[in-house]
Design a protein around this ligand. Structure first.
Ligand SMILES: Cc1ncc(COP(=O)(O)O)c(C=O)c1O
Length: 385
């Protein structure tokens, strides 16, 4: 069943059975399961039962995902790698950077997901130096802090689009301008934004944009993407690779390394078939609804939540301005684990990181979800810092 464009909130909630039993506010960890995604995974199982290896169809699903994802971020499919995780794509990316010469620095924001920091520090074994950019006292990391950390020794700047820890949204375009002036590349890990914020690679300004399907893209684990500015490809030859990155997958040659001319050179091995079925179906819900409609809806819910949190006297770690935040609101807690557990007992699903309770809004949430949460928090003011 197709979803009407712009259908959000109560109009789309029926597709997500979890709302029959829970107030689900945890899309920053995993998006809710839709009946459409369940049906797609069941179709994969049914095909396996009846036909065995549907190899051709699997490869087609891989390309369908590449094309659909490219459309979602305003890109061409030949500029998108299909990855099995952000970690796989970014590891392949850094493997293509010569990091033992004059330009050996990787600048990372303090808000990066662990995998980005760990991959960056792993490059120290290859001669890289890692520079961290910390937040200011108010939690923001302005462009100037990045600009101070970037110079002609910088190879790569990693600035997550929306922080998984605090909900801060970076000024990626501003950071990219500073990086480009010094000749550095910019990687925007957009996992916490893609599907909830209307992103286009043209306006984002980064050279590489990555993410995955577990969260706001409504798919499951094992599938990600990495977009690369097309002119970069020729000079980026990954040494972490696999046969699906080859110029001719089915040549089955063991005699050479001949990466594909397109961004597919950053793909890896056998595609993650079940995740592709789920990913294409989840993405179709996001695309049919339209990310602009989702962003507008989510922003209204975030406003309502922030107003309610103010009334409760809560300390909010996420900025107020719409341009500096995304779908994630983080609230300081005196005991985040206890608060998450207590809310779970009332079937309110949120998560925690860094002393914050994380509340994530998406297309299927409604005002009532926010009010139910605020009411439950109001009964537990002692757990709010
Ligand atoms: C910002 C961000 N990046 C990356 C990841 C996950 O990376 P990977 O796909 O390598 O597991 C997550 C989520 O878990 C995330 O929130």
């Amino acid at each position: 069943m197709a979803v009407e464009a712009g259908r959000v909130g109560a109009a789309i909630r029926d597709e997500f059975p979890i709302f029959e039993t829970a107030t689900y506010l945890n899309s920053c960890s995993q998006g809710a399961l839709s009946s459409r995604v369940r049906a797609a995974v069941e179709a994969w199982l049914a095909g396996w039962d009846s036909n065995g290896a549907e190899w051709g169809f699997w490869v087609e699903r891989n390309e369908a995902f590449r094309g659909d994802l490219a459309r979602l971020i305003g890109a061409e499919s030949e500029d998108v790698a299909v990855t099995t995780s952000v970690s796989q794509g970014v590891s392949a990316l850094v493997s293509a950077l010569p990091l033992d010469g004059e330009r050996n620095r990787i600048v990372i924001s303090e808000y990066e997901f662990p995998t980005i920091g760990q991959i960056a520090h792993a490059q120290e074994l290859r001669g890289a130096e890692v520079v961290h950019v910390p937040p200011e006292a108010d939690g923001e990391i302005p462009v100037e802090r990045f600009a101070e950390a970037i110079d002609e020794r910088t190879a790569l700047v990693c600035c997550t689009t929306v922080s998984y820890r605090s909900g801060h949204r970076h000024d990626v375009a501003g950071i990219a301008a500073a990086a480009h002036e010094a000749g550095a590349l910019v990687l925007a890990d957009s996992y916490q934004a893609c599907g909830a914020i209307d992103l286009s690679v043209a306006t984002l300004g980064a050279d590489i944009v990555t993410g995955g399907t577990v969260k706001y893209l409504l798919g499951t684990a094992g599938l990600g993407f990495m977009w690369l500015r097309p002119e970069l490809r020729a000079r980026l030859l990954p040494t972490q690779t696999g046969w699906f990155a080859d110029e001719d997958i089915f040549a089955m040659s063991i005699a050479d390394y001949s990466p594909h001319a397109s961004a597919r050179r950053f793909d890896s091995g056998t595609p993650p078939v079940p995740a592709l079925y789920a990913g294409v179906a989840g993405l179709s819900l996001v695309a049919e609804t339209g990310v602009a409609a989702i962003e507008g809806h989510v922003s209204g819910l975030v406003d309502r939540l922030l107003d309610g949190l103010d009334e409760l006297g809560a300390t909010v770690a996420t900025p107020r301005e719409p341009s500096a935040r995304g779908p994630l609101v983080c609230v300081r807690s005196t005991d985040m684990e206890q608060l998450v557990d207590e809310l779970a007992r009332e079937a309110i699903v949120v998560s925690s990181r860094d002393g914050n309770v994380r509340i994530a809004l998406h297309l299927y949430n409604v005002d009532d979800d926010v009010d139910v949460l605020l009411d439950a928090l109001g009964k537990r003011r002692a757990l709010l810092a």
